[in-house]
Design a protein around this ligand. Sequence first.
Ligand SMILES: Nc1nc2c(ncn2[C@@H]2O[C@H](COP(=O)(O)OP(=O)(O)OP(=O)(O)O)[C@@H](O)[C@H]2O)c(=O)[nH]1
Ligand SMILES: [Mg+2]
Length: 219
Amino acid sequence: MAIITVERAVLKKNDDIAAENRGFFSEQSAFAINLLGSAGCGKTSILERTLEALKNKIRVAVIEGDVQTDNDARRIAAYDVPVAQIVTNGLCHLEAGLVQRALPELPTPLDLCIIENVGNLVCPAGYDLGEHVKVTVLSTTEGEDKPLKYPAVFRKSRVLIINKTDLLPYIPFDIERCHEYALRVNPELLVFRTSCTTGDGIDEWCRWLLANVENQRSS
Ligand SMILES: Nc1nc2c(ncn2[C@@H]2O[C@H](COP(=O)(O)OP(=O)(O)OP(=O)(O)O)[C@@H](O)[C@H]2O)c(=O)[nH]1
Ligand SMILES: [Mg+2]
């Protein structure tokens, strides 16, 4: 019983800070995304493709969450985009307080802030960071049943990106079935199919992003 009480208190504190973070983004009319997915599904690769397409059109910044290393922040910095790295030192997810501490490192005002969460399909789902939308990436090498096995993150996401579609000819991954499983868990999910290798689907994803940046600006 005591454990449950402590957990509730921790999550309540997280939610309070997340609300402050959301206020920080909303005050400057910036659209904020929490980018989730297993280790290696292609989150940073999608960011790289996205920055190539959008960095000269909008003011964008990235927050990178990793258990160790600043490898991903270096990859983003190579695009000349403002980036803050959070190293969790073993923690398997980002929390709102960690994001709040990174916010002063970003320039303001922004149009878009993307927070890449720690690579994990389970724990990050429970923590609101103050984003407007959660976007989950699932790659074709992970198996089409993942929406059914790890439903929480898919249920809480607005968007699913099925990445690494270039590998479909070589692996037994039924993308239509994966799509159907994802919609079974969350009928509202918007699904994009991308390949960071060929660039397929990236335009469509970027168009969605730009439309949401515009909505946020005019709200
Ligand atoms: N074939 C193929 N490989 C990809 C694609 N996207 C990413 N990769 C490769 O997948 C590996 C992992 O990509 P990352 O972008 O580092 O994945 P990540 O989700 O950011 O990884 P973590 O931050 O460690 O969780 C790299 O070797 C990428 O080159 C894709 O669309 N197709
Ligand atoms: Mg990464």
